[in-house]
Every structure is written in C-alpha cells, then in structure tokens.
Design a binder for this molecule. Structure first.
Ligand code: MOS
Length: 707
C-alpha cells in the first residue's frame, strides 16, 4: 500500500522550452490550407430587435469572401451543458446584450475580414437595457448547493449576544487571458476537426455533435497549449460552433479568433455579486448561526449561478445555517466561473463578516477563527479526509509575526500600515479520467488529454509516472492535448493533478504489474523490458468517482468531506491623503494534501495571491449606465496587477500531508486555493490601517477616502 511520501522534487517545467522557443502552437497558430478568417459583427445596442444587416458595402471589399447572417447559417437545437448558452445567437431577432453576434464576415485575411466588419451596417430597434442592480431577481434553481437549511437561524439570532449583518459587493471582472478565445474549424466530409483554445476539450465534443447532429466519433478537438483561461475557456461558447458552421457553409476551413473587444461579450466574466451575511454569535465570538444570501447577475435568457453560499456551508462549525442563492437578469452576456469561483466570492463576504465579528467580540481575528474551527463538515457531519487548517493558521501566524504585528511601527513615511488575515478554502473538485503509460526500452510516454494552460501539469504528470515506475523524470515524455488520447477531466477546478495524476499513477502501476507478471518484478523497468524481449508495454489507468459520478466537489459518495484549506496574512500600506494602497507582504500557508512539485505549486499560490490583490484593489468591468454595454473595449483601462504592484516578499508554504482518501497520489488539489481569502484579508488590513471598512470591491482610493 501507499507509504507516506513527502513533497516531490522541485523539477523545472518540461513544456518551458517549447514556449521560450516559440515552438508551442496555440489554437490560432493552425493554418489549414485554404483557411478563411472570420470576424464577428456584434449588435450595436444592448437591448432591442435586429431589423437588418446591410452587408452590401462589405461584400464588395477586396478579400471579403462572404458576410453570413442568420439566413445563411443552419438552425441550431437547444444546446446541452456544458454549453454556456442554451440558445445560439442568430436564433431570433431579439437583442439581449451589446456585442451579441448578428453577422460573421469571412475574409481571405484577417485584415480583409476586419475591413469587412467595419463596412457592415446593422439596423436595430433600440430598447431600454436592464442595468446591474436593477434586474428581475429570481431564486436560482438547483439542489443543495443553492438552498440549504440547518438548525434554526432565527432563534440563533434572537438569542445572540453579537449580531453582524452586512452586505458585501463585488464588481464584474473579465478573465482576459493573453490568448483570446478562438477556434479553427475544418470539415473533411462529415468529419470535423477543431483546433480550440479551451480548458476541457473532451466536453466540446458532445455540444458540437448536438449542434450539428453529427456523431461524436466524427468530432476531434486538438488543444495542446492554451494561453490562459481562468474559466473563460471552461465551458463551450457560441464562437466555437459558429466557426464550424461558417466552415461548413464556406466549404473551407475557418479560423475565428476573438478580437480583444469581442472577448468582453462573446465569452463569460465573473458576475456582479451582492452578498448579505448575518452572523449570530455568543459573547465569546462563537457562532450560533450563519445566514448567507447571494445574488449574482445572469443574462436575460442564459443563466450562471455563482454558488458563493458554499463557503458558509463548509467552513465554520455553526449549529444553524441558512443559505439562499438568487440571480438577477440584466442586459449583459451570461457570466461564468472565474479563477477561484464559488468560495472565492463567498469568502469575500464570509471572511469579511468574520473580521467584523472579531472586532465586535474584542478578539484577534485569528482567535475568532480558531474558536469556530469545524472538526467535521458543518454541512453533514462527515469527517474531513484531511484538514491541516489549524497547522496553516499556526504556521502562517508564526511566519508573519501575526501576534506581534502591532508592536511593529504603524507608519512608514506616508504609508499607514495595516495587517489583515483570512481563511482560504475551496472544495476538492474531482473529475473521472483515464491515462496511458507506454514503457519503452529507453523511456516512457504518458498519454492523457490534458492541456498546457501554464500550470505545469505536463511536468507534474511526468514526475508522477517517473516516481511510480522508478525511473528518472527526464526519461518521461508526454503526449497531450488531443481528444484521440485517453479522456481526462478538465483543466479547471484545481482538479487536474488530483484526477489525471491519479490515472497516470494507476497506469504506471499497471505497467509495473505487467512486468511482474513477466517475471521481472523488482528490476529496473528498462532492463526488465529488455530481458522480457519486449519493445513496448502499455499500462492503462483510470480515476473513478463513487457511483460512476462525473463530478464531485467535496467527496460526495465517500465517507469523507474533502476540501482544501489555508490561511492568508497580508500587510498593506495605505496613503491616507490619497487613498492609495500598496501590498507590502503576504504569507500564505496551505493544506492541500500532497504537493507533487513544490515549484509549480508555489507558482500557483503566488499567482493566486497576486490575482487576489487584483480582485481586492483593481479589477472592475463597468456596465456603461446609458447604453448598457461594457464600458471597456480593450485593455487600456483595465487595471490588473503588474510586477511593480507586487512585493518580493510573498511567502508561500504548505502543510505536509498525504490524503489517501482524496486521490491515489495523496493530493487534494491546489490551483485556485491561493486566490481565496485575499480580498477579505486586504479589506481587514485597510481597516486596521485607517479604521475604514470597505465592503464594495474593488477597494479603490476614493472608497478609502470616502470612509
Ligand atoms: Mo478555473 S474558474 O476552475 O478555470
């Protein structure tokens, strides 16, 4: 059986040289013979009716091959999940958001297609757009994730010594990966190949096959390198289907690579959110009840629920919990999951409220968390598969010097210095998947349909195979990014190492078992293969969930509740005259099961903390209040952290763990955990420095000054 193994070796990324030399090819780097370039034409109004598309001037431009409108395209059925939209654009004349595609220009060059786009005139009847905060609210449909009741929250509040009731807001944010979403589509008879910028290529197939009524076996998706995604490439979006439709109509391959301006409205973003938290506690800060009501915006037709209430169901030992999820329908494209979804937004509210509870109870924010530590799952009492949260609190406080923070200087020149902390947590997302390991006489090849999205998964999977086979990781090659390879889970939800890593480990063990059956047990595998006179031995491995489930967020179907944990401590400088904020230091300690590669793991968490700082203090996508469209159309006024915003002193470490229940490799999942809790910790630090509580993200200078 599995012995405890410490963190794996720090191995540099195997896919690094491909990127540094330009050999890595992204979706839009594929140019099949005869490829046409497609550019979307979007509705110029955010609400109303399409009256007509006048493409006469565009069609006569040199290099413009066609301008496709609804009449030229096939009619599509309602699309199944994980399509982000149920009803494809072009299905009727309703305009539900600005930028909604109403035509597709096909050109011999991207320049020709762009020129054609500029010459298309779209006639619309203009309606009145529904703005954020003014839409119709309705309960989110769903299961326990969105409506949850335990105990009597009202009685808890009635008997409480301390009551906290606050509403926390956060602005919409766009993912904006460096590589915009894009698809190159090619039909060969009834066979469709997509080179697609995606996070889960295997899930593209059922949606595309439903859209065109073709057999799933006739659709192949190639997606090796994905230039960032953060969730925007997690589900299937209309441009992927439109590229294939245009290719079918034109009889030539089509490349549809979203312009940066179309990235705002053609794929999702993190929704606007309003969260109300009501805490009831005794005089010692021990929780008696939590109520958490979440509203996130959706589109007028399509729905995305951001189940931020999950945070309040999973973290603290409250005897009474009431959770409600609502959506608000507005004239915007439908939002989607964004890096650290679910608990990411949820902890902004819950952890901010916990910091307010600490103040009301006269407790250190760390002590109020320790006082409410959940020994078992607050949702259903299951024991944790692993929970190093207490160790994370203790080690984080030690590394930060938390208990002595106020003994250090409170000013540094113009900067007032504040300290804040929060708990980090996410569900342990697990998806089933498969992998194959081929042992040759001089090396091994891992085959699994993962993508390279920059997290280092090729390196980690190579390490896992090498460790299981007992060979150097340098002797392992990877084949990935093609639906012809063994199907794995998606490249999202912090799930790849857990699921595909376990499948790779199982496949490697299958190889070892076959070697033993050949009488070669205990030998160096290359020598064993040589002695057996075999050139290649292939092992297959799978990672399955209880009951054959397709997804589990928290160990469903097992005796254990599975989550990842952490504690984040931040030091923030505030200029009280200008309201400027500076991140000065951060310490994060995380409990996520076994860490396979400390280098890639640390990079994930550092990136998460930077991401969290951006969410806390910078990122905001505004809906323009007259026209109802996204205000920005490019990145020139989109604030995100750059190197100058981030101090060198980001201290990341991990609790030493091995979680046998969560996966074959002892891991529970890490990627997005680092982005949780940061916003609440930053808000607490701003309060510590200035006495101002900002409950509306991002914490912009004017909000600090207004306080
Ligand atoms: Mo992340 S929202 O799981 O890509």
């Amino acid at each position: 059986m599995t012995a405890f193994r410490a963190a794996g070796p720090a191995m540099p990324r195997v896919e690094g040289p491909l990127k540094l030399t330009g050999a890595a090819r992204y979706a839009a780097d594929h140019h099949p013979d005869g490829v046409l370039h497609a550019v979307l034409v979007g509705a110029p109004v955010a609400a109303g009716r399409l009256r007509g598309v006048d493409a006469a001037a565009a069609r006569v431009l040199p290099g413009v091959l066609a301008v496709l409108t609804a009449a030229d395209l096939p009619s599509f059925p309602e699309l199944p999940p994980p399509s982000a939209v149920r009803v494809m654009p072009f299905s009727d004349d309703r305009i539900d958001f600005e930028g909604q595609p109403v035509a597709i220009v096909l050109g011999e060059s991207v320049e020709a297609a762009e020129a054609g786009r500029a010459a298309v005139v779209v006639h619309c009847e203009r309606g009145t757009p529904v703005l954020l905060g003014h839409g119709r609210r309705e309960p989110a449909m769903g299961g326990d994730e969105v409506v949850f009741d335990k105990g009597d929250v009202d009685a808890a509040r009635a008997g409480a010594a301390i009551r906290i009731e606050q509403t926390y807001l956060q602005a919409p944010r766009h993912h904006h990966p460096m590589e915009t979403s894009g698809t190159v589509a090619q039909w060969d008879g009834g066979q469709l190949t997509l080179w697609d910028a995606v996070q889960a290529s295997s899930t593209v197939i059922p949606v595309v096959s439903a859209a065109f009524g073709v057999d799933a076996a006739n659709v192949r998706v190639v997606a090796r390198h994905t230039g960032g995604g953060f969730g925007a490439k997690g589900y299937i979006w209309p441009h992927e289907i439109l590229a294939a439709a245009a290719a079918r109509v034109a009889g030539r391959p089509v490349k549809l690579h979203l312009r940066r301006s179309d990235q705002f409205s053609s794929v999702g973003y993190q929704p606007w959110m309003e969260q109300t938290i009501r805490l009831a506690a005794d005089a010692g800060g021990v929780l008696l009840g939590i109520e958490h009501v979440v509203v996130n915006n959706a589109g007028l037709v399509d729905t995305h629920v951001e189940p931020a209430t999950e945070a309040s169901k999973s973290l603290y030992a409250a005897p009474a919990i009431r959770l409600r999820q609502l959506i608000e329908r507005v004239s915007l494209n439908v939002p989607t999951a964004m890096r650290a979804p679910v608990e990411g937004p949820g902890l902004w509210a819950l952890e901010s409220a916990m910091n307010e509870l600490a103040e009301a109870a006269g407790l250190d924010p760390l002590d109020v968390r320790l006082a409410n530590f959940a020994e078992t799952s607050p949702a259903d009492g299951r024991p944790w598969s692993g929970n190093g949260l207490r160790d994370a609190y203790e080690e984080g406080a030690r590394r930060y010097g938390w208990r002595s923070r106020h003994e250090r200087p409170r000013r540094d020149g113009p900067w007032a210095i504040g300290h804040g902390m929060a708990t980090c947590t996410m569900g342990s997302f697990r998806f089933p998947g498969a992998a194959r390991v081929r042992l040759h006489r001089d090396g091994a090849v891992v085959e699994a349909n993962v993508h390279d999205i920059g997290t280092g998964v090729q390196t980690v999977l190579s390490q896992i195979a090498a460790e299981e086979l007992g060979i150097p990781a340098e002797r392992v090659d990877m084949r990935w990014g093609d639906t012809d390879l063994p199907r794995t889970g998606p490249t999202y939800g912090s799930s790849t190492t857990v699921g595909t890593g376990s499948a790779v480990a199982a496949a490697a063990r299958d190889v070892t078992k076959q070697l033993a059956e050949l009488g070669q047990a205990g030998r160096d595998p290359f020598e064993a293969l040589d002695r057996a006179g075999i050139d290649e031995l292939a092992g297959d491995g799978t990672f399955a969930l209880p009951g054959g489930a397709e997804f589990s967020a928290d160990g469903a179907g097992t005796p254990y509740a599975m989550r990842t944990w952490g504690a984040i401590f931040v030091e923030v400088g505030v200029d009280p005259d200008f309201g400027l904020l500076r991140l000065r230091r951060a310490v994060g300690v995380y409990s996520a099961g076994r860490i396979v590669n400390p280098v890639t793991a640390r990079a994930q968490m550092t990136g998460g903390i930077i991401w969290g700082w951006g969410k806390a203090t910078m990122e905001e996508s505004d809906q323009e209040p007259v026209h109802g469209r996204w205000l920005a159309k490019n990145l020139s006024n989109v604030a995100v952290p750059v190197n100058a915003d981030i101090p060198a002193d980001i201290d990341v470490s991990f609790v030493d763990e091995y979680d046998e229940a969560a996966s074959l490799i002892g891991a529970r999942g890490i990627g997005e955990l680092g982005a949780t809790g940061v916003d609440a910790a930053v808000a607490a630090a701003v309060h510590d420095a200035t006495g101002v509580r900002v409950r509306d993200l991002p914490i912009l200078p004017w909000k600090v000054l207004a306080g």
